[in-house]
Design a protein around this ligand. Sequence first.
Ligand SMILES: *Cc1c(COP(=O)(O)O)cnc(C)c1O
Length: 391
Amino acid sequence: MNMNDLLTITHTGDEYEKYLGAVVPPIFMNSLHVFPDFESYLNFDDYKEDSFIYGRESNPTAHIMERKIAELEHGTMALAFASGMAAGTAAVMATCSTGSHIICLHNTYGPLKDFISRYCVEKFHMTVTFLHGTDLEELEAAIRPETSLIILESPATFVFTVVDLEAIAKIAKKHHVTTYIDNSCCSPYYQKPLDFGIDIVMHTMSKYLGGHSDIIGGVLVSKDETLMKRIREQERALYGGIIGPMEAWLVIRGIRTLPARLAMHQENAMKVASYLEQHPKVKQVFYTGLKSNPQRELIEKQQIGHTGLLSFIIDAPVEKVPFFIDQLKIFKIGCSWGGFESLVMAPLYRSSQEELDLRGVPDGKCLIRIHCGLEGADVLIQDLGQALAAI
Ligand SMILES: *Cc1c(COP(=O)(O)O)cnc(C)c1O
């Protein structure tokens, strides 16, 4: 446990003296700020502390939230958006232009893959190379003169493979390519990619940072202030996708319990993963916390903890997958994760065999992804046990 992180989480941005001693900073539910005279309006400086002009550019509540996340991620600046996708697409548009080449992991979050491989390719004539990211020679060989961005996710969506952040950041720097990572799975509390040399970190705040399944939001963090100021002025202010003040406030509230929640998610998921690993009707379990994980050494270098997310392949015909899911009572059927509740889905059930092979999960149609919520490990194990017994 990191003492600095805990202080950041509990107190950064509180500034009681500024807000009448309120123990929780207020929600600035306003669209603009007025000025005492025209001269100060004309001399407005966006980057002076405590200077605000219009809610599409910045908001005091959002700014408190951004300070907390920037500090937690060991970045110097954070920018909050209306969703994780708004943050991710802003980062792509900020670092790429017409004709750019992007390198992206196969197991990256689907909608971002769609954004680059369809939208950016069709509209901006970009090109994309998908790879696993575990073969560093292959990754370096894929870099071209027009490569602008390497998109990473570690642990990655669905099967939680990790990639060597430090090694990839080094290769990218050598070739002057920007690196971007979706760090949503670990949250800044369990993994700090900027410390390994990654340039931009993205989080959806709709998952662990919000933590209560009640908001949609996203954030970018970096140490590169020139880049971040450009994103603030262009991709955020011009596209207009800033987070709302209420959501920002809920993120501040959510983060306050992040370490406590993550510890319990981790404890539950660890017990559930160990249970599933020895179950005769489970072929394979994907969880970063398992001792048997083939990438254990790298995981321990990069992460200081594991989350509530895991997946497993059931030893049953594909047709049994919907039946298995329907047997579960505590795990609700839903596509998200990161809240208090346990969720289940079969994310690759409708994928083509070609896609499954590319993702490196040939049995992927039988892949069950669960989020272990805060109901308690015993209840979750019992629920999984009765559903497995039914198939
Ligand atoms: C949900 C999710 C996103 C997208 O976040 P939104 O806030 O829904 O836009 C991005 N990456 C990962 C890993 C996610 O799970």
